[in-house]
Design a protein around this ligand. Structure first.
Ligand SMILES: Cc1ncc(COP(=O)(O)O)c(C=O)c1O
Length: 280
């Protein structure tokens, strides 16, 4: 029987019931995280929990658990479900209340759910690289919040899938923002470039690990806005996320990135990322 976390308790999945007036269900009024698990160990767990609490604060949702307690329960769940390599998905909504747009007038308890899922590392895709599709970014102006409202992201990803692409590379006008569920990097003249973490992108935990790896290994980088043209003319392009790690993009729309194979800086970062996982 699969176990999940429901409002802080580990219980059987079949016993969970969420009300139809839960604000996550009705409004997407909540936040979430996805944490990678490698060989039963949570990767960058503190960073994910910190970002969860930051997202909560940004939407004035108060989490009724302390961070250590939170992590302890997730680690217990991974052990009980005997998860090797996969993910933990977790979300908190504002809770259940008679439908009204404004926050509930009396205090309610957030609904908290977490579950595990096996998910292998996408090794062959990481070796060969994948295609990206340019899609106009139609999302709201608080993409820094890891909110349950993902319609814009979903529609972008669907467009990419229909075009036979792995990821949508979103842009606002000429400027690249981020993927539908990833951050975007280019390499030009040996320098890694990624967009600064403002309100227009999610500051990915993988993005932060990559920038730290650059810092510690003498790889030069800049956090700078870049355009569609910069992307198409880049020496290398890759995306990053918890589930895709460092994923080379070898083609964008019908345009091959250089010779259409993953480049040396991307390869180096994949290798450093692997070492980082093994350290934990
Ligand atoms: C919109 C968006 N940007 C970036 C990322 C990458 O974030 P992380 O590296 O923390 O997984 C995600 C992950 O789901 C995302 O949804």
């Amino acid at each position: 029987m699969e176990k999940i976390v429901f409002n802080g308790e580990i219980i059987e999945r079949s016993k969970v019931k969420v009300d139809i007036e839960d604000r996550g269900y009705q409004f997407g009024d909540g936040i979430y995280e996805v944490i990678r698990v490698y060989n039963g160990q949570l990767f960058t767990k503190k960073e994910h929990i910190n970002r969860l609490y930051e997202s909560a604060e940004k939407i004035s949702l108060s989490i009724p658990y302390d961070k250590n307690e939170f992590l302890q329960t997730l680690e217990e769940l991974v052990a009980i479900n005997e998860l090797g390599t996969g993910i933990i998905y977790l979300q908190l909504t504002r809770g259940t209340f008679q439908r009204q747009h404004g926050f509930p007038s009396s205090e309610i308890t957030p609904t908290y759910v977490a579950y595990t899922r096996e998910m292998p590392i996408p090794q062959s895709l990481m070796d060969e690289g994948v295609k990206g599709l340019l899609v106009e970014d139609i999302r709201w102006l608080r993409c820094d919040i890891k909110s349950l409202n993902l319609l814009g992201n979903i529609m972008a990803k669907q467009k990419a899938a229909e075009a036979g692409c792995y990821e949508a590379i979103q842009h606002r006008g000429k400027e690249i923002t981020e993927g539908s569920s990833s951050n975007v990097f280019i390499v030009k003249d040996q320098c890694l470039i990624t967009r600064p973490a403002t309100n227009l992108i999610l500051n990915g935990i993988t993005r932060q690990v990559i920038l730290r790896l650059c810092e510690n290994n003498g790889i030069s980088y800049r956090e700078e806005v870049f355009t569609i043209n910069d992307l198409l003319e880049a020496d290398e392009v890759f995306i990053s996320s918890t589930t895709s790690e460092v994923m080379p993009i070898v083609q964008v729309n019908d345009h091959a990135i250089q010779s259409g194979i993953p480049g040396p800086v991307t390869r180096k970062l994949q290798q450093l990322f692997k070492q980082e996982i093994e350290k934990k």
